[in-house]
Design a protein around this ligand. Structure first.
Ligand code: LMR
Length: 396
């Protein structure tokens, strides 16, 4: 059976971490995968997560299965985080949520649901997008198109190009949007641009699928949901995939959700029943621990406040690293204007480095960034930022 199996290419992001781990060079720098690092170069467990885990260990009564779509209370707390307290989608019945293994799990459940219930639905992704997006929708057998997004000339959003692409979307097509901290570019629409995007999608009869992996890493928890709320005010059907890898630091706990907003509670229930079929034949029901941590924190006013504080610290640190990186590049004599990096949001920056420069960074300087030139700013530290800027200066 296995004799003729070919070796698959490494994953464009996680494969780099594997290569990095094997690299024997001292001083190697990994800015590929989107993982936050503190000043000591560690990816810390948040103190509030430790506290929630203490409480869980003390009070946990069972390791019995979770429901297929997770605990209803987890779903309610996820929707409250997305839309804010008192919003009609928190408890009004039009929005339903399934607890999934990470945001990737949520995306795959949504993709499987689409391919089973609405076979042939075209999914539109931004150009560029997270490299795993096309892989996930291809794995579910869904056709894909791209819409214009990043404007290389000014390192910003090509809003007119984006709207012109979205004009071509057919009714019922799904349009994947990044709620905030666009991965890989770090470039987000303004509120006014979100209004225009939502208007075009509504006119076209499209269904947005909002990937919300970085809530709280851009401008703040509520601020980062601005685009989602604008979409929800103009469109009456949408998918939202949440990830708690970054904002709770729960990377290896695989904690996320898929939320669907439908036209009525009855329709939402029907969709949830179909999502449950997709889940049951895939991983049966969600892993409990990460979701229990998130529920414990979001369901307790004091823990929630502590979480918001730690999240703000991570956000502020990334902003400081952006400023420091731009300053270091200038200090190393780089002539090119990199000030746009300070305007971008979230973990990533599109550096504008070419494939060849990225390869030289890795081969000659043991600096790992994604082939597209995406740099994980959240992986920079006071220690590695100098050698990094030097290496970039050398390959430019
Ligand atoms: C990334 O883009 O680096 C993160 O979302 C991690 C991943 O799974 O790729």
């Amino acid at each position: 059976m296995f004799d003729n199996v070919q070796i698959a290419p490494p994953d464009p992001i996680l494969g780099l971490s594997e290569a990095f781990a094997k690299d024997p060079r001292p001083g190697k720098i990994n800015l590929s995968v989107g993982v936050f690092k503190d000043a000591a170069g560690k990816t810390p467990v948040l103190a509030v997560v430790k506290e929630a885990e203490r409480r869980l260990v003390e009070h946990e009564q069972t390791k019995g299965y979770k429901p297929i779509s997770g605990d209803p209370e987890y779903g309610r707390l996820v929707r409250e985080l997305l839309f804010g307290t008192g919003h009609e989608f928190v408890s009004g019945g039009r929005a339903v949520t399934a607890h999934t293994p990470g945001g990737t799990g949520g995306l795959r459940v949504a993709a499987d649901y689409l391919s089973k219930q609405h076979a042939g639905t075209t999914v539109w992704v931004s150009d560029p997008t997270w490299v795993n997006h096309p892989q996930i929708f291809a794995a579910a057998g869904l056709p894909q198109q791209t819409y214009k997004y990043f404007d290389k000339a000014n390192n910003g959003l090509d809003i007119e190009g984006m709207l012109a692409s979205l004009e071509k979307v057919a009714p019922g097509d799904v349009v994947l949007l990044h709620a905030c901290c666009h991965n890989p570019s770090g470039v987000d629409p303004t509120a006014e641009q979100w209004q225009r995007i939502a208007d075009v999608l509504a006119q076209r009869g499209a269904v947005p699928l909002v990937d919300f992996a970085y809530q709280g890493f851009g401008d703040g928890i509520e601020e980062d949901a601005r685009g989602l709320k604008i979409l929800a005010s103009k469109l009456n059907e949408l998918f939202i995939c949440s990830s708690f890898s970054k904002n709770f630091g729960l990377y290896n706990e695989r904690t996320g959700a898929v939320t669907v907003v439908a036209k009525s509670p009855a329709v939402a229930d029907a969709v949830l029943s179909q999502l449950k079929i997709c889940i049951r034949v895939n991983y049966s029901n969600p892993p409990a621990h990460g979701g229990s941590i998130v529920s414990t924190i979001l369901g307790d006013a004091e823990l929630r406040q502590r979480w918001e504080g730690e999240l703000a610290q991570m956000r502020e640190r990334i902003a400081q690293m952006r400023t420091a990186f731009v300053r270091e590049l200038a200090a190393k004599g780089v002539q090119r204007d990199f000030s746009f990096i300070e305007q971008q949001k979230g973990m990533f920056s599109f550096s504008g480095l070419t494939k060849e420069q990225v390869e030289r960074l890795r081969a000659d300087h043991a600096v790992y960034v994604v082939g597209s030139g995406r740099i994980n700013v959240a992986g920079m530290t006071e220690t590695n930022i100098g050698p990094l800027a030097e290496a970039i200066a050398a390959v430019l």
